[in-house]
Ligand binder design. Structure first.
Ligand code: GLN
Length: 540
């Protein structure tokens, strides 16, 4: 048996307390003390993965290196720890039941009645342990989605109870709860926390550490009260005050002693104080920008704050790297037309056209791209954004009238973007796109090569359509160059217009790979180009 320690992070009282950030912060703090960690998210819904949910339901779907379509919290885990996650890091109720039912059909439980306890809980525990059993991690940190007391969370809390029984102090529970401030009474209230801990106790789980989300500092008396009613020593009651930035949270939790308390409870050595020098340097740059740059994010889910999460975070990393604050202006692509585009995008120093699916807002994206191209404003197209740039260039520079992607017009005379060959026979929607990391070889004589500084890179994908190679030479000759190619399948991965200050379209999603430790080079370079554009346009 490996001696991996398991930390479960549960949530009480309400959702949206920031469990993902606390979980990522725990990983960061333990990592900064020299421990190896991995972070896992449990989602108690019946979908096998979030890939089939739209952003209104679920926010962004985050894609891992191995091609899993996962919860956006995995993005936080990677951005904080700079360690890749995988399919094993996101478990859903749908996946648990699918595995158990497949086993049942296979005859693995022959003769038995298959039940929530022990069969579903056994499969849940197997999913908890899969990462620990690799022997690669000192800590597996598992965030349980939802709120304790939800019917759908019950089998998970039961599985945690069993894990604790089996593993003793190698398994601890950090419970995140809300301590609301009642303005009328001018008081913080502990009752919701008491109730949520009671709900945990009814399921047989005593939380080891209680992290209290609060808008005001917890006084000594509040901590004492929570300690008394919730059976934890006062040193295990932590406050998690509203922070200016999610990237402050590891430092705030270090000040509260969260990592120290975890190490004491799991019997691990306290030896090294967390070394967060690089993190602190990043925060210093983030909080002391030397200027502001205004960039448009053109997409159709711009009113949803989580739909383009990784893109927004990538801008934060790239802004800090450039010591400049990036102000993102979300522009609904449905509202953009050739007539109003210059009004809507006036004064903005760069334009990013977002990934997406479906026809809504496509023509607005194409108008925005044409505006960026003609006015020499830095442009960055991601996935659908690149595909729209190809359509715009085909229609307006190469004279391919009504050129389009066959996703939107199956009868276009110029199918410059077309469905990939191996996607044609696929009917199932779940997990069937081209997903995960693929190699890309970069043309040495290109802008993107000077940005990456290397010839061979790997980037993550999530799409069914591709640049149509029939048009390769025509585009190249007309001035839009395919400068990144998948060497195995000959698929176009990156397009650029060399005769433009910064015009790059990528078929992959660079935003999934930007982290605090390694801001993505394309975002860093794009933001730099936007800063230069803002300087040159203000000096005119
Ligand atoms: N809808 C396009 C495709 O499937 C683009 C996908 C995306 O932007 N992620 O190819």
């Amino acid at each position: 048996m490996s001696d991996t320690k398991y930390i479960f992070v549960t949530g009480g009282v309400t959702s949206s307390l920031g469990k993902g950030i606390i979980t990522a912060s725990i990983a960061k703090l333990l990592q900064a003390r020299g421990f190896s960690t991995t972070t896992q998210k449990i989602d108690p819904y019946i979908n096998v993965d979030p890939g089939t949910m739209n952003p209104y339901e679920h926010g962004e779907c985050y894609v891992t290196e191995d091609g899993a379509e996962t919860d956006l919290d995995l993005g936080h885990y990677e951005r904080f720890s700079n360690v890749h996650t995988s399919q094993a890091n996101n478990v859903t109720t749908g996946r648990i039941y699918q595995t158990v039912i497949n086993k049942e059909r296979h005859g693995d439980y022959l003769g038995k009645t298959v039940q929530v306890i022990p069969h579903i809980t056994d499969e849940i525990k197997r999913s908890f342990k899969i990462l620990g059993d690799t022997g690669r991690y000192d800590f597996v940190i598992t965030e349980v989605g939802g709120t304790v007391g939800d019917i759908e969370s019950l089998p998970y809390v039961e599985a945690i109870r069993q894990m604790r029984f089996e593993l003793g102090n190698s398994c601890i529970v950090v419970h995140l709860t809300l301590v609301p401030y009642l303005a009328a009474a001018e008081e913080l209230k502990t009752k919701p926390t008491q109730h949520s801990v009671k709900t945990m106790l009814e399921a047989g789980v005593q939380p080891d550490i209680i992290v209290c989300r609060s808008e005001k500092h917890l006084g000594e008396n509040i901590r004492q009260k929570i300690s008394l009613f919730c059976n934890v020593p006062i040193s295990s009651v932590m406050e998690s005050i509203d922070a200016e930035s999610i990237y402050d949270v590891p430092l705030l939790m270090r000040d509260e002693g969260l990592d120290e308390e975890i190490l004491k409870k799991t019997g691990m050595p306290l030896a090294n104080f967390p070394d967060l020098t690089n993190w602190e340097n990043f925060l210093r740059k983030l909080k002391n920008p030397k200027g502001v740059v205004n960039i448009a994010l053109v997409g159709k889910y711009v009113e949803l704050k989580d739909a383009y999460k990784s893109i927004l975070e990538s801008f934060i990393h790239a802004g800090a790297e450039n010591e400049c604050s990036v102000k993102v202006h979300s522009i609904q692509s449905e509202n953009i037309t050739d007539d109003n585009v210059s009004d809507l995008l006036k004064g903005l120093s760069g334009i990013l056209v977002a990934p997406g699916f479906g026809e809504r807002g496509i023509e607005g994206k194409i108008s925005a791209i044409g505006y960026a191209r003609k006015n020499r404003i830095p442009f960055f197209g991601i996935c659908l954004g690149m595909q729209c740039a190809v359509v715009e260039f085909g229609r307006n520079v190469m004279g391919l009238k009504d050129a389009h992607s066959t996703e939107f017009n199956a009868d276009t005379p110029y199918p410059v973007i077309d469905i990939m060959e191996d996607q044609k026979s696929i009917d199932d929607k779940g997990g069937t796109m081209r997903l995960g990391a693929y190699p890309c070889r970069i043309e040495k004589d290109s802008i993107v090569y000077s940005i990456y500084g290397e010839e061979n890179v790997r980037e993550r994908h999530r799409h069914r359509y591709e640049f149509n190679n029939k048009y390769l030479d025509d585009y190249s000759n007309a001035g839009m160059k395919p400068v990144g190619i998948n060497p195995n399948e000959n698929l176009v991965e990156m397009m650029e217009i060399p005769d433009h200050p910064w015009f790059v379209g990528v078929q992959f999603h660079p935003e999934y790979k930007s982290t605090v430790a390694r801001p993505h080079p394309l975002f860093v370079s794009f933001v730099k180009a936007c800063i230069e554009h803002s300087k040159s346009s203000s000096s005119q």
